[in-house]
Design a protein. Structure first.
Length: 233
């Protein structure tokens, strides 16, 4: 059955608006399969975020000196910022109607907000790397709060994945009044499931990062919720 999006939109908006202004709307993509492409690009963005995060985590584990850790932090922040800017530009090129109207804008706001937070984190790490500057202790004291704020923002990826999936839902109800048919064909749906499966190797693992958990939520809706595809009878 169709799900009410109001509370979910409000919850994500509250997180985003607490830390960043709303993103501006952009032109719609011209592809006739833009719903499927939008979801695919979201999967790609999650995969890239997770790859960068895992790489940075591994670098921190192998770093033996504080300078190496701060240098790795600066480098990872720059790479992640670039990836998020690319993802934001892609997401901003889509507009949808109905319940999915707010989804591209909220996703752009997430990317933009996370990018600003990573910029701040990179600046903090750069200041720590240079050392011996006035106010260094105050700078260091701000890092735990920034990381907490980033984690709070990343929690919004879980309901965001449901909203991204809802972009695929056709608004036309069936005879029973249920909204349970996708715009995607069987092949397109299977391609999205495959994209997630090859991009994330540990979907069922516990204590995974928020990008992995968000991908798992999307995979569950695509593979296990029983929605009918566009070419189903």
């Amino acid at each position: 059955m169709a799900r009410a999006l109001g509370p979910r939109v409000a919850a994500i908006s509250a997180i985003l608006l607490a830390v960043a202004p709303q993103a501006a709307a952009a032109d719609a993509a011209d592809s006739p399969h833009r719903e499927v492409q939008f979801v695919s690009e979201y999967i790609r963005a999650l995969s890239e975020m997770e790859s960068i995060r895992a790489g940075a985590e591994q670098e921190l584990k192998t770093a033996k000196k504080p300078e190496e850790r701060f240098s790795s932090c600066v480098h990872a922040a720059k790479i992640q910022m670039h990836a998020l800017a690319t993802a934001a530009n892609l997401a901003a090129s889509y507009t949808f109607g109905g319940d999915a109207k707010q989804t591209p804008g909220l996703l752009v706001s997430y990317y933009a907000t996370k990018g600003e937070m990573l910029k701040s984190l990179g600046n903090l790490c750069q200041a720590m790397l240079q050392g011996s500057k006035p106010g260094l202790e105050k700078i260091a004291a701000g890092m735990p709060k920034l990381r907490t704020d980033m984690e709070d923002l990343d929690k919004s990826l879980l309901p965001m994945s449901v909203m991204v999936f809802d972009v695929l839902l056709s608004p036309a109800p069936d005879k029973a009044g249920r909204t349970n048919r996708l715009f995607a064909t069987k092949r397109e749906r299977d391609d999205l499931v495959h994209q997630i499966s090859i991009s994330f190797k540990r979907l069922d693992a516990k204590d995974e990062s928020y990008p992995v958990s968000a991908a798992t939520v999307l995979w569950e809706y695509l593979a296990r919720k029983g929605y009918r595809c566009a070419d189903d009878p």
